[in-house]
Design a protein around this ligand. Structure first.
Ligand SMILES: *[C@@H]1O[C@H](CO)[C@@H](O)[C@H](O)[C@H]1NC(C)=O
Ligand SMILES: *[C@@H]1O[C@H](CO)[C@@H](O)[C@H](O)[C@H]1NC(C)=O
Length: 284
């Protein structure tokens, strides 16, 4: 375990301490969290299509070039209302399973059939669904479990590096045309673990890794209103195992395996890769 990894662990522990709200696990959802769950729910789709088309614009590798203009939806979640990480011990002291849904609804004081309850159930079912061929997936209910999963996939002896989309300007515009200003870098990674936030009363990440070839890029985007975004892009070169009804195929008008599929990552989603020395200085 390298020194960098140890500093990463320390950093994450600091984050956990900062982000975790105190109080007992049976605490009621605050109105804010409730609201946030509801908002997330509205943007939520099930299974592999866990990303609403409006949240994620899909494109093909040939469109990844400077000067290309496209409409992109970048959700911006207010950190004060986003679900907080729970420490592993606390998260693992209650079930994370759709078979315990009514018990969980009681814990979080959610009424059956409410938008929040439906969002929770969708998340649990999505987390319980089988991965596609060549894919490993895991829903992390804490930062620690996200790290453990990531290390299992990428290797326990290597240093990890994490990338995320960063908004360089403050504006509330979430949907507009952006132009690709620069391909800042291609991150050469033999394997990646992508972690997406999913609606739940506390922070849960849907993490997955595909064996097939992926490419990871960091690009600089300029919005029509002057917004600057350093956005992460993942391109899946082999989509042959994806469900034919995957939303990206509908958006792009292509069929599984016939085309690469690239997508932008919203700001609070993470891309874990093995750390490569040559890219060491440009991480987040
Ligand atoms: C959460 O939202 C539901 C309906 O969406 C509402 O009935 C309930 O009172 C809310 N709970 C809290 C704690 O705000
Ligand atoms: C992006 O630009 C196109 C053409 O210039 C326009 O039709 C479209 O409405 C714009 N989209 C947004 C979200 O502003």
């Amino acid at each position: 375990m390298g020194i960098n990894f140890i500093s990463l662990i320390l950093l994450l522990h600091l984050l956990v301490t900062l982000l975790c709200s105190h109080g007992d696990q049976a605490r009621e959802l605050s109105e804010k969290e409730n609201k946030s769950l509801e908002i997330q729910h509205n943007h939520h789709h099930s299974h592999m299509n866990h990303i609403d088309p409006s949240l994620m614009v899909f494109f093909t590798l040939k469109d990844l070039k400077v000067g290309k203009k496209m409409q992109i939806y970048f959700p911006k979640r207010d950190p004060s209302t986003s679900p907080k990480f729970w420490p592993k011990e606390e998260a693992e002291s209650i079930p994370f399973s759709s078979t315990h849904l009514s018990y969980l609804l009681k814990i979080f004081s959610l009424s059956q059939g409410s938008p929040q309850a439906i969002a929770m159930e969708n998340t649990l079912r999505e987390c319980e669904s089988k991965p596609i061929k060549g894919e490993v997936k895991f829903c992390a209910t804490s930062l620690e479990s996200m790290l453990e999963f990531t290390q299992n996939i990428l290797g326990s002896k290597i240093d990890l590096q994490v990338y995320a989309t960063m908004h360089k300007t403050k504006s509330s515009v979430t949907f507009q045309n952006y132009t690709i200003l620069e391909i800042l870098m291609e991150i050469l990674a033999p394997k990646i673990v992508a972690c997406h936030t999913v609606p739940y009363p506390y922070a849960v990440f849907y993490c997955h890794s595909q064996e097939s070839e992926n490419r990871v890029y960091k690009v600089s985007l300029g919005g029509e209103n002057g917004d600057k975004v350093e956005a992460m892009v993942v391109c899946h070169l082999d989509t042959s195992q994806w469900a034919p009804n995957h939303v990206s195929f509908q958006v792009l008008g292509v069929t599984p395996g016939s085309s690469s599929v690239c997508h932008f990552f919203p700001a609070d989603n993470l891309i874990w890769v093995p750390k490569l020395e040559s890219h060491g200085s440009s991480s987040m």
